[in-house]
Design a protein. Structure first.
Length: 603
């Protein structure tokens, strides 16, 4: 049986050839090693302990369970279960539907995802950043900062209910362009049409892929890769000119500078006084640096930039507003005609680059600045003009504090005054949990918005959160926040000493990491190709099952893997709990008899 690494790498070799068609890839699903890698990848995720529509979880996974799945795939009797639909709140107050697949379906989907990723990932556009290896929101934002300099218009693109409106027929048609294996295509179609359960009522799925399914992100990228390729071709036809022609103002200043330099040369030859001419030259050089050398109204120079993350995309246009409107209509028409998708009119906006466009929670604008600095050769340059700036949304800090119920806002003479507020809902937690909660919320916000040019404004967020924490502790212990400050202050830091199980004491402090901006261009790996190599640790879940020995009683028959959601939920009284805590593992390989005793509470 071939190793997963060799299988996936052999698939990726032919990915760059658009004419190559993959045949007989369904047989890869008969390789148990692929499922072992898939199980290792998804095994530790807490969500796998949530029951699917078959009321089963990842607990009790065994080699026999994998063999049975392969057997059903081999004779094509495998049928995916409908996903369990749940809803999570969105920022705008609406609800987002999520599908929870059955655990066996998750395992098969992970293997299918690895196959599709090996086939399609190397051919995906560099403009796409969503749900891809080594790419993230930050790489998308870094790409914007790097490539969108000087754009005049932004087109904020949003596809209406994208995951719910993916056409199954279009999806299958796109897959058939590269995959000539009907059995594999039928399996994908089964996943697309598996349906979902809501309030224990079955609903058919005639379009869309369930958000929450493991293969949904890769299928979405395969679907929208058609849009990426269309935009790449559109850019080639739209881009015009090698560079802007020189503006009349700059030409005039350049001519005057040359005249002064000519006069200086004459003075050097005649030995005349040069100081007035030198001062005149400096004036002209400074004036030239203060204006743009290019003609902003040059119609013979156009550029189009594009970045996509999932179903959101941002386009930057160097051209007229009419050009931006034409591009928007062309994209809208292509999505409707070729991909059966609709652009959201309320979210797809054309914004001037001097204003702020919204993308991935940031506000993006192009800076217009006359500030100058000297380059390495000593000449003055407007180094900051036309640069892209990533900004914190104006009301972000206020909304976050109100959402956490950590701030009290009072208005006096038209001005707002903010004060930290006790969060009564946290007083039931222990002291370390309260401190960790505040640190987690501060780090989470800062880590995401650390690319913003004005991220130093988050110091205000940290300040309010700090005093909200003081008041929360004061509320819990029926005292004043000043008393809490005195009790926990250590060298100017809020420090909490916690006694560990081995008798040692460890200090935990309030967040003091600062709010310095991180460079998007330096930190993000935009151009790095992803690695498809699969790694397996020496103590993998499958290796422990293959060892054939119960980790509790030593029996060698019918081994299964027992899972728990969190180690913190274990009380450490039963033998199996002590073993898991001692090894710091959320899994333990046990025989079927011990597994039954664990669930009966007798382990």
């Amino acid at each position: 049986m071939r190793s997963p690494e060799r299988v996936l790498n052999s698939l990726s070799v032919h990915s760059q050839d658009p004419k190559y068609k993959y045949e007989r890839i369904y047989r890869i699903l008969f390789n148990p090693e692929m499922y072992y890698i898939a199980y290792q990848k998804i095994g530790s995720k807490p969500g796998n302990m949530t029951p699917g529509s078959d009321n089963a979880t990842i607990d009790g996974m065994s080699l026999k369970r994998i063999e049975d799945m392969i057997g059903r795939l081999r004779n094509e009797s495998y049928q995916p279960m409908p996903s369990q639909r749940v809803y999570i709140p969105k920022k705008n107050g609406k609800l987002r539907p999520l599908g929870i697949p059955a655990i066996n379906d998750k395992l098969v989907q992970e293997v299918v995802r690895m196959i599709l990723e090996a086939i399609y990932e190397p051919q995906f556009s560099n403009m796409s950043h969503g749900f891809r290896p080594s790419r993230s929101c930050h790489t998308a934002l870094a790409s914007i900062e790097k490539t969108f300099c000087g754009v005049k218009w932004f087109i904020e693109g949003d596809i209406k209910s994208f995951f719910d409106n993916i056409s199954h027929e279009v999806m299958i048609g796109i897959l058939k362009e590269r995959i000539a294996d009907e059995r594999f295509i039928r399996l994908i179609r089964k996943f697309l049409r598996a349906g979902y359960l809501e309030d224990w009522t079955f609903h058919n799925t005639y379009s869309g892929t369930p958000q929450g399914g493991i293969i949904s992100p890769i299928l979405a990228n395969i679907y929208l890769d058609k849009l990426d390729k269309y935009v790449e071709e559109y850019i080639q036809s739209f881009d015009k000119g090698m560079g802007r022609k020189m503006s009349d103002t700059y030409k005039s200043l350049q001519y005057k500078r040359r005249w002064v330099m000519y006069k200086l040369k004459e003075c050097r030859e005649k030995g005349a006084k040069r100081k007035p001419l030198v001062n005149n030259l400096k004036t002209h050089i400074k004036a030239m640096a203060s204006v743009s050398c290019g003609d902003e109204m040059d119609t013979d120079y156009k550029r189009l930039k594009y970045v996509r993350y999932a179903d959101d995309f941002l386009m930057g246009v160097i051209g007229s507003k009419k050009d931006a409107e034409t591009i928007k209509e062309d994209i809208k028409k292509y999505l409707a005609d070729r991909l059966s998708l609709e652009m959201s009119d309320e979210k797809t906006l054309i914004t001037h680059s001097g204003d702020r466009a919204k993308f991935l929670g940031y506000e993006v604008c192009v800076q217009h600045s006359k500030s100058m600095r000297r380059s390495k050769d000593g000449s003055l340059r407007r180094a900051f003009n036309k640069r892209v700036r990533l900004m914190l949304p104006k009301d972000l800090i206020k909304k976050k504090l109100l959402n956490y119920n950590a701030v009290e806002i009072k208005t006096h003479n038209g001005k707002e005054f903010w004060k930290g507020k006790s969060r009564g809902g946290l007083t039931a937690l222990d002291d370390l949990e309260i401190l960790s909660r505040y640190n987690m919320e501060i780090r989470g916000l800062y880590n995401y918005y650390s690319l913003a040019h004005n991220c130093c404004e988050m110091a205000q967020f940290g300040y309010i959160m700090k005093y909200s924490m003081y008041k929360t502790f004061a509320h819990k212990y029926r005292t004043k926040s000043t008393a809490i400050h005195r009790k926990y202050d250590k060298d100017g830091l809020f420090t909490m000493a916690v006694q560990l199980k081995d008798g040692r004491s460890k200090d935990y402090t309030f967040y003091q990491g600062g709010y310095k901006r991180q460079s998007a261009i330096e930190s993000a790996k935009i151009d790095n190709a992803p690695s498809l190599m699969v790694f397996k640790t020496t103590t993998s879940l499958i290796d422990r099952l293959k060892a054939g020995k119960c980790e509790i009683c030593g029996a060698t028959e019918n081994l299964v893997m027992h899972h728990v959601r969190k180690l913190g939920e274990l009380k450490g009284k039963a033998t199996w709990e002590k073993l898991m805590i001692a090894r710091n593992r959320k899994t333990i390989a046990v025989c079927s008899k011990c597994h039954k005793q664990i669930h009966l509470g007798n382990g």
